[in-house]
Structure formats: C-alpha cells, structure tokens
Ligand binder design. Sequence first.
Ligand code: NAG
Ligand code: NAG
Ligand code: NAG
Ligand code: NAG
Ligand code: NAG
Ligand code: NAG
Ligand code: NAG
Ligand code: NAG
Ligand code: NAG
Ligand code: NAG
Ligand code: NAG
Ligand code: NAG
Length: 489
Amino acid sequence: MYLIPFLLLTSLLPLTITAETVLGIYILSRHGDRSSKSTPPTNLTTLGYSQVFTSGSYFRSRYVSSSASSPILGISHDLVNFKQIAASAPLDTVLMPSAQGFLQGLYPPVGNQLGVQTLRNKTEVQTPLDGYQLIPVQTVTTGTASEDSAWLQGAGNCANAITSSNEYLSTPEYQDLLNSTSDFYKSLAPVVNATFGEDFLSYKNAYAIYDLINVATIHNASIPFSSLLTPSTLSQLSSLANTHELSLAYNNSDPVRAIAGSTLAAQVVQALNTTLTASSHAPKINIQFGAYGSFQSFFGLANLTSLPAITNTDTDGTDFTAIPDYASTMTFELVTNASVPSPSTFPAPEDISVRFLFHNGTTSNSSHPVAYPLFGQPALELPWTDFVKGMNAFAVGDQSDWCQACGNSTGVCASVAPQGSLCPGGSNDGGRGISKAVAGVIGAMVTLAVILGVEALVFLGAGLRLIRKNRLASSGNNNGAVTETDKAS
Ligand SMILES: *[C@@H]1O[C@H](CO)[C@@H](O)[C@H](O)[C@H]1NC(C)=O
Ligand SMILES: *[C@@H]1O[C@H](CO)[C@@H](O)[C@H](O)[C@H]1NC(C)=O
Ligand SMILES: *[C@@H]1O[C@H](CO)[C@@H](O)[C@H](O)[C@H]1NC(C)=O
Ligand SMILES: *[C@@H]1O[C@H](CO)[C@@H](O)[C@H](O)[C@H]1NC(C)=O
Ligand SMILES: *[C@@H]1O[C@H](CO)[C@@H](O)[C@H](O)[C@H]1NC(C)=O
Ligand SMILES: *[C@@H]1O[C@H](CO)[C@@H](O)[C@H](O)[C@H]1NC(C)=O
Ligand SMILES: *[C@@H]1O[C@H](CO)[C@@H](O)[C@H](O)[C@H]1NC(C)=O
Ligand SMILES: *[C@@H]1O[C@H](CO)[C@@H](O)[C@H](O)[C@H]1NC(C)=O
Ligand SMILES: *[C@@H]1O[C@H](CO)[C@@H](O)[C@H](O)[C@H]1NC(C)=O
Ligand SMILES: *[C@@H]1O[C@H](CO)[C@@H](O)[C@H](O)[C@H]1NC(C)=O
Ligand SMILES: *[C@@H]1O[C@H](CO)[C@@H](O)[C@H](O)[C@H]1NC(C)=O
Ligand SMILES: *[C@@H]1O[C@H](CO)[C@@H](O)[C@H](O)[C@H]1NC(C)=O
C-alpha cells in the first residue's frame, strides 16, 4: 500500500517546493570602459557606455522584465516606478554617465504606447525619444572615490585611511617590489614617454602606468614600440597594479585603510533593512556606481580575498585579489523560500537570506554573476541576521563612527568629535604627521574639488536637476540618507 504515502507526498509538494522569491537587491557596479586617468578629462567611452548598457539589460532580464528569470516581487516591469529604485553615483564624467547607461538598459524606452499621458483637454502627450524614461541618480559625496582621482583614497576624505594607505609605501614588501621591478618599468619608457617622464616609471606608479597602457591596448591602433608589449609584459603590468592597489585598499591589521568597503557595507545593510522594514514603500532595487577601490576594500573586509582564484569560468576568471574589470558588479540578493503572502507583507526576517554574487566585467546573457561565500564561511546564502552581523563587524555608517575611525575632527566632524578626545591618531598629529605623499594627495583633492565645482556649474547651466545625497550626514536615519533636493533650474 504505497498509495497513502504517495498522496501525502504529493499534497506536501506545493508546500515544500516553493520557488525562491527575490525581495530586493543591492548592486555595486564599476563604470564601463573609460579614457586613461593620465589623459584628463577622463570620460566614459562609447565602448564603456555599451558595456554598462549591456549589463543593465542583463539585470533587467534577471530581475525586472515580465519574463525575468528571478523576478523581484512586485517590481514594475516596463514603466519605472521611482519609489522602487534608488540609484546613486559620484558626480564625475565616468561614474555618473555609467549609472545613466546602466539604467537605460534596466528600464529601456517603452515605445509610443506605454509612455503616453492624456491631459485634461484630452490631448495625448508622447514621451520623447520613443518612450525614453528619466531616472534620477543621486549624487554621492562620500565613501566612494571619484574616477578623476588617480590616488585610490583621493576623494575618500578620511584622514586615517589616507595615512594608512601611505604607510604601505614604507613597508619592506613595497620596497622589495620597487627595487625588483625597477628595470621592468624603465624598459617600457619608449611606449609611454609621450606621457610619463623617466622618473615616473616605477612600481610607485604601478596603476597609472598599467592604466595608460591598458587603455592604449584597447583604443590606440598606433602605440609606439608596441612590440615591447608582449603578453607576459602586459600580464606582469596588470599583476603588479593589482598588488599595489589591493595594498592601498586593504590591510588586515589596519581596517581603516578599507574605509570605502566599510561605508559600502553600512549602505548595503541600511538599504536592504529599509527594503525589509518598509516593504512596499521602500526601494527594491538599489544601485550604486563606484570605483574599483571600493570593491577591493570590500573584498578584503569580507574575506573574499582568501578565496582561491578561479580561472576556467565561461569568460573572465575571478580573482578577488585583483582589480575588477570595467562594468564588474557585486550583487546582494534578499531571497526567501518561505511563501510571501503579498508584495507588501514579507516573511519574518529569520526566513529571509542574503546571497552575494560577483561578476568580473560586463554581465550579459552569456556570462552571468556567480555566488560566492562571504566572511570566510562556506554558505552561499546567509540568514539575514547572520549577514547583518557579518557586515556590521566592519561597517561604518554613522557620522560619529566615521569621524572616530578616520581621526577627523574638523568640518562635519567638528560637532561629533570634541577636540583631542574621540580621535585616536587624529588628535595625535605628531605621531601621524602629514607625509609628503599625503600633502600631494591633499593637493590632488583640491584640484578635484575644483573640477567637480566646474562640472556642477556645467550641470546647472544645462538646467539639469541635481540631487545631492550626503549619506554620512545622517546618523540614525534608517535609509542612510538625508536627501536635500537641490532644484537648480
Ligand atoms: C573623452 O575624452 C577624449 C580624450 O580625452 C576626447 O577625445 C573625447 O572627445 C571625450 N569625450 C567626451 C564625450 O567628452
Ligand atoms: C491642451 O492642453 C495643452 C497643455 O496645456 C496645450 O498645450 C494644448 O494646446 C491643448 N490642446 C487643445 C486642443 O486645446
Ligand atoms: C578629514 O581630514 C582630512 C585631512 O585633514 C581632510 O583632508 C578631509 O577633508 C577631512 N574630511 C572631512 C569629511 O572633514
Ligand atoms: C599591514 O599593516 C601591518 C601593520 O601596520 C604592516 O606590518 C604590514 O606591512 C602591512 N602590510 C601592507 C601590505 O601594507
Ligand atoms: C632598494 O634599493 C635601494 C637603492 O638602490 C637600497 O638602498 C635599498 O636598500 C633597497 N631595498 C631593498 C629592500 O632591497
Ligand atoms: C621616446 O622614446 C623613443 C625611443 O627611445 C624615442 O625615439 C623618442 O624620441 C622618445 N620620445 C620622447 C618624447 O622622449
Ligand atoms: C596613440 O599613442 C600615441 C603615442 O602615445 C599618441 O600620440 C596618440 O595620440 C594616441 N592615439 C590615441 C587615439 O589615443
Ligand atoms: C533594521 O534596522 C533597525 C535599526 O537598526 C532595527 O531596529 C531593525 O530590527 C532592523 N530590521 C531588520 C529586518 O533587520
Ligand atoms: C577580472 O578579469 C581580468 C581579465 O581577465 C583579470 O585580470 C582580473 O584578475 C579579474 N579580476 C577579478 C576581481 O576577478
Ligand atoms: C531555496 O530552495 C532552493 C531549492 O531547494 C535552494 O537551491 C535555494 O538555495 C533556497 N534558497 C534559500 C534562500 O534558502
Ligand atoms: C537576454 O535574455 C533575455 C531573456 O532570456 C532576452 O529577453 C534578451 O533579449 C536577451 N538579450 C540579448 C542581448 O540577447
Ligand atoms: C576573515 O578575515 C579577517 C581579517 O581580514 C580575519 O581576522 C579572519 O580570521 C578571517 N575569517 C575567516 C573565517 O577566514
């Protein structure tokens, strides 16, 4: 008599085999292909635009469209619903346009039917450009280095992080590489001497040299002495730049160096917490555009750098100790296998998990993001509370924590850090005096501020609307952002 167990089993099936539901996502994306940092103004190229657009289209087919493979519960499929999406990027000519290109892929033009609006007098108004959709991108002012800055911590503004990164330059690891690669870099002089002087050619400038040559190998059909750029030379340039940049972004005995990853972690937790807490009223899609430094800092903090490198995937390999390619994405999915009564009533937090995915380079239909385990544990899905605990071990999301970690006591930190008290390191300037390199960084930051100021004027002149989002000026605010709308028209 196997009938009864069989019936029992089939009646249980609908309960046990519930499809997974995605409740919300947080994506950090690197910008697309750009011009070199050494030939300013650095800007997004057509290839880069196409990369972020392709990636946005992939995420549409995964999470948004009516035939999506892992649809986000309750998401608007074609017409964007402003309440459901929060996009942000620093204001520069690489990251901000990348965000816009990505969003065009995520919510493409809707054609001449859906976007039509009927006025009181019955006149029908058509959206321009075949139903093109406008999606606001908030301006991030802190936590993410701008692409116009050559130095990793350049726009980070965190005093102790800048000092910490600079300390790498006096470690024996650094000195060894500086000495042992000296001939290698000098040998590349004929290739780059139009841009860099002889003195510049050393491991000290590993990223700038790699960047110039990498951009040239993509765009320049007439690189001088290009025969010097053998595959092994290119691979050595890239691997030295990887080591250099990871060392500036993360050091496991000095967490403040990875401040970009710490603020990112806080933003992810706060955004997903808001999605869970406010369900139907909160954004379901959070997208931030950032520089590779934020990725590398996070990779280090979340123990991803200890995962073995994977070289045989369908396209690019993944090596968390390396710089992510253009248009790379990290995705945090809020998922549940419990039944979800309605888009506005989520299951209890203990039934909700977070999955972390990464894709090196442009994501497309033929090359998908892959899940990786966070925090040095084996599971690919972490219960929400464990995820929050893991992230909060290094997250810095509150103004006073940030000021304390960074040792800053002036400006926005003046009110939270009384002079000489809360600031280990910062108050003790004798011990951590401003080195020459830091002074250079500060100079670069002033230049950057001027560039950003000029850009802001250009935006104002063009009558565009900017929304400034000063995430860190918002201690205690649940969604992590005080949004001051700057209707500059
Ligand atoms: C981007 O920069 C390159 C060279 O720096 C320049 O030729 C190109 O016109 C710029 N593109 C835009 C859209 O500004
Ligand atoms: C209807 O209203 C719009 C906006 O006020 C105006 O531009 C248009 O001329 C009106 N159409 C007619 C037929 O009155
Ligand atoms: C923190 O301190 C550094 C170095 O003094 C300074 O350059 C930076 O602007 C400060 N950041 C803030 C947010 O005040
Ligand atoms: C990391 O920090 C420790 C302690 O400050 C230092 O000894 C070590 O050399 C650093 N490593 C790198 C790669 O900067
Ligand atoms: C690197 O070279 C310099 C001079 O060429 C020397 O003074 C220094 O000791 C060397 N450092 C190492 C770690 O070999
Ligand atoms: C760059 O190096 C090449 C080969 O050594 C030389 O012919 C050329 O004149 C140099 N250009 C500059 C600007 O120094
Ligand atoms: C290619 O490289 C050469 C030599 O550095 C430079 O003169 C030229 O402007 C570059 N062309 C492009 C399109 O970047
Ligand atoms: C969201 O954060 C608030 C404030 O930290 C906390 O009280 C609440 O429990 C969190 N919600 C979830 C679902 O974790
Ligand atoms: C991404 O791919 C490039 C090129 O294949 C590789 O050099 C780099 O190590 C990879 N980066 C990461 C973070 O996996
Ligand atoms: C949901 O169930 C599927 C199939 O058993 C499993 O692969 C997936 O990891 C589960 N998801 C979560 C969040 O537990
Ligand atoms: C990717 O796949 C989705 C769904 O399978 C499809 O709608 C879309 O057209 C595909 N995109 C490309 C560029 O092939
Ligand atoms: C994760 O990394 C931290 C420091 O980066 C280290 O202290 C910790 O032991 C690592 N945890 C695991 C489980 O690997």
